[in-house]
Ligand binder design. Structure first.
Ligand SMILES: [Zn+2]
Length: 101
């Protein structure tokens, strides 16, 4: 996966298309990520005990990585990433400005 925690990403499909946010969590196994403030779903939770009020909870739903593009911190453009090097010396390079991300 080319996206990491803390990256800024642009949503390229779905209802939040065109919005940007910061990656909060990576769900590697599912190939999905949680992005701050994006794809927020509202859930209504009923009170568990009698007399207790129901609550409205906002939950961030994960997004498919394929629906996201990394925003380069150097040139600020939504870009594709090239990976250079091997093993621990692996670096990500912005395809727009060629700088390491
Ligand atoms: Zn760049």
């Amino acid at each position: 996966m080319k996206i990491r925690k803390g990256d800024n990403v642009l949503v390229i499909s779905g209802k939040d298309r065109g919005r940007k946010g910061k990656v909060e969590r990576i769900l590697r196994v599912e190939g999905r990520v949680l992005v701050e403030g994006i794809n927020v779903k509202t859930r209504h939770a009923r009170g568990k005990r009698q007399g207790e009020k129901g609550q409205i909870i906002q939950v961030i739903a994960p997004l498919q990585v394929s629906n996201l593009k990394l925003v380069c911190p150097h040139c600020g453009k939504a870009t594709r990433v090239a990976v250079k090097g091997e093993g621990k010396s692996k670096i990500r390079v912005c395809k727009m400005c060629q700088k390491a991300i």
